[in-house]
Ligand binder design. Sequence first.
Ligand code: XIL
Length: 351
Amino acid sequence: VIPDTKPLKDAMPFPLGAATYQRFTTGGPGEVLSRHFDQVTPENYMKPEAWYTADRSFVTSNPEADALMDWAKSTGGRVYGHVLAWHSQIPGWFFQNDQGGALTSSDADKAVLRGRLKAHIDNIAKYFADRYGPYGSAGNPLTAWDVVNEVIADSTSASSNGMRTSNWYNVLGEGFVDDAFRFADEAFNHTYAAPGSARPVSLFINEYGTEGGDNASSKLQRYYDLVTRLLAREVPVDGVGHQFHVSLNTPVGNLDLALKKFEALPVVQAVTEFDVATGFPATERLLIRQGTYVGQAFDIFRAHDANKDLYSVTVWGLADLGSWRYYEGAPLLFDDYYQPKWAYAGAIGAP
Ligand code: XIL
């Protein structure tokens, strides 16, 4: 048994987040969440598909989203929104014309998809402003969004300039990323922002696989190149997110390389979806190794935050049971019964 000696968040120089659901914000799980974390990301319920009814209209209520906002309001925490534009977990009709055929890259179809992207972002911004007040005001704890997610190709792809050839990309080209950030900036940081508040919502790009090393053909390089292009076009990108879904075989130094890569750019960074798979089943030996790994990872995160440019570190779930990687082996800091693991001790930096 690993004793719960202190709140994890007290051991961090940056806000500590957990991906979660309404049901983990109350009762026993809610106590663990509130004791150890000061930020939450909705694991699924702010994704595009969460916002539409079967007849394609924007929902009148999203109780899962509200529950996370309420938790943050009552605990003094923050909500990190996930995700405005993604190729996954989005209704198919986004990319279809009225006849049900696929949108093409014609000017007319481009206008249709851009219009849907703008309406989608505007409606979400309005949704929370209506319920919690303008962004940047005391009652509204939403402070960040993953604006786009996983837009980089997994392998070198000259034809798409390193971009994933998603439905978004195929219709709009790389410009859909610019559009998403500009629409989000307008909505969250202007139209629905409290007067006088300076950019209350930080806008992130988010990506997986940046722990794969730093070389000319790495995903990290393609990611860096895109961020550089966006900044050159003066796209309002505030932050660069690294999912960091890793395993015990991932060299922990690669997390450092990924964060170092962006250090000189005018952006903050976030670890957005950290988990460490041990292999299944997770034996005690593997769990101890995981504790060491997590300790080294958090030492890297803390060291990187010396100049306060780490916006937050988020673990992708609260307790192992229910983790999306459960069958890759116990990836989180608390076990199936919400008890602290070696990984918890590692994150605190216990000897
Ligand atoms: C995952 C959730 O954890 C699962 O519950 C869901 O079935 C699929 O999505 N990258 C992301 C997250 O950005 O949104 C994904 O979350 C995990 C990978």
